[in-house]
Design a protein around this ligand. Sequence first.
Ligand SMILES: NC(=O)C1=CN([C@@H]2O[C@H](COP(=O)(O)OP(=O)(O)OC[C@H]3O[C@@H](n4cnc5c(N)ncnc54)[C@H](O)[C@@H]3O)[C@@H](O)[C@H]2O)C=CC1
Ligand SMILES: NCC(=O)COP(=O)(O)O
Length: 315
Amino acid sequence: MKKVAISIGDLNGIGIQLALENHQTVSKIVEPLYCIDSKMLQQASEKLNIPIPNNFQILEEETAPSFEIEPGMVCKESGRYAYNSFIEAVEFAKEKKVDAVCTLPIHKKAWELAGIDYKGHTDALRDFFDAEAIMMLGCPRMYVALFTEHIPLKEVAPSIDEKKLTRFLLDFHRTAKPAKTVAVLSLNPHAGDGGVLGNEEEIIQKAIDNANTTLRQAQGTVAEPVEAFTSPLVPDVAFTPNIRKHYTHYVAMYHDQGLAPLKALYFDEGINVSLNLPILRTSVDHGTAFDIAYKGVELNSLSYVNAIKYIVSFS
Ligand SMILES: NC(=O)C1=CN([C@@H]2O[C@H](COP(=O)(O)OP(=O)(O)OC[C@H]3O[C@@H](n4cnc5c(N)ncnc54)[C@H](O)[C@@H]3O)[C@@H](O)[C@H]2O)C=CC1
Ligand SMILES: NCC(=O)COP(=O)(O)O
């Protein structure tokens, strides 16, 4: 059975409820090691009124100072604890003590308050491994990879760069191994409409041509090739039912361009995977859900369970 280090996320949020309630299910799929210490676990269990399950394997030592859990509060103490839990999980993976890492959700502002510069796990992993990690979310019916992710919208257009996008497309193709042609989105409304509404599509098209040519040459195809990537698609129709029939994988130019349609369609079952890294890391696709934390609300657990299952399916 695969071993998985589970970073506990922001303890003021819903991650710990997911971990406790799904332990029996998860431990039938993998051997989980939860990156939380006994003091914080006990406190969360009491606050949630959920008993600690048998065989709930945790850390022997504290990795960050204990603090009083305050459901739904953004605070530096829980940000620090969440970050240290993540670091611990990554260390286990680096040392090959576990096969993969699954992360429960963190709060970005809490990380910032704790003095952590990273915008999220992917950003941190990129730095830890000096590798161009790719953020991909979704489920087998639709995965979306993000060319730019956690940056302000005003920085998106200047980030569309031929060389970087070419590299991204090739890395994505190698690591996601899509079976079909991948749909690449344009940036501007109506794909720029021939330059009337913007011209980043020229850069996107060049990157697509570079990546398709490289992949075609690598395959040594003589017959009419099936291209790896489409030309830039018009974003507002790319996710309509008829177009979706043709694709399982999309590349979006920015966060909400890809994740708004994905979450409208598959929020419950979707997961988050970090590609192009020396370790495997999966995550839920949702956040800390502070609005419902510690309120006895029935949670959707599918994303968490699917993030665990993906690890088993990954070879
Ligand atoms: N993997 C991660 O660490 C992620 C972290 N975040 C961070 O989480 C924080 C909060 O993000 P929000 O935008 O508020 O999104 P969110 O996903 O936490 O919440 C959005 C809505 O979905 C509901 N929801 C989320 N997960 C649920 C579940 N499992 N079951 C039932 N309802 C659920 C919430 O109650 C809320 O109404 C932010 O700091 C964000 O950056 C967001 C996404 C992923
Ligand atoms: N929108 C995805 C998200 O916020 C999670 O980011 P990361 O923690 O996986 O980098």
